[in-house]
Write a protein that binds this ligand. Sequence first.
Ligand SMILES: C[S@@+](CC[C@H](N)C(=O)[O-])C[C@H]1O[C@@H](n2cnc3c(N)ncnc32)[C@H](O)[C@@H]1O
Length: 200
Amino acid sequence: MFPPGFFDRADSSPDHFFYSPTRLVTHIDDQAIAAVGALYRDLGLTGEVLDLMSSWISHFIDPPDRLVALGMNEVELAANPQAHEWLIHDLNDNPRLPFDDNSFDAATCCVSVDYLTQPVEVFTDVARVLRPGGLFVVTFSNRCFPTKAIRGWLYSDDAGHLEIVRRYFEAAEGWGEPVTRRCIPQGIPGDPLYAIYAAA
Ligand SMILES: C[S@@+](CC[C@H](N)C(=O)[O-])C[C@H]1O[C@@H](n2cnc3c(N)ncnc32)[C@H](O)[C@@H]1O
């Protein structure tokens, strides 16, 4: 389904080297951040939520009852005001999530899916830890850390990125039909924001 070299990266060193410097920054502009929050509200993400590839900001307008933030940088995760719990876990080193089956009502992954080298394994495991019907909401814009993004992502445009994530959902086990959304209408200046989500 994915050609040879698709998941290669310019920087193939272990991810903890790249992510050990703390970056208390935003990776998309305010309008795109607001669009992520509006999407989560519109989709009714609530209850127990897992924010994958998280940092110091999880973008919820309505914070869930319990938010678990998983990422790579301790200082960033500890600074996340919406996270009730956080953990360091390298999904490229181990795509298996350290949670029991049916642990969460929803999962999110914001502006980070392009860094996964084993996304199908990760998506399959997200379905395992979600309760039946739980949504996995993946959002992205058009920026990235190019040395850490997979080659297939760098060689694709926005429409291609939606198609790539659609194929992740389709190749993984446990997902219903993915739905795509352009969260900021075309022609509006600023960062674009795309979403693709499916139910477990
Ligand atoms: C562009 S930042 C996005 C952070 C946050 N989701 C946001 O919306 O601002 C990319 C994030 O992906 C996380 N990340 C990168 N590689 C990872 C990996 N192998 N396993 C887990 N998280 C990873 C990093 O810790 C970083 O916080």
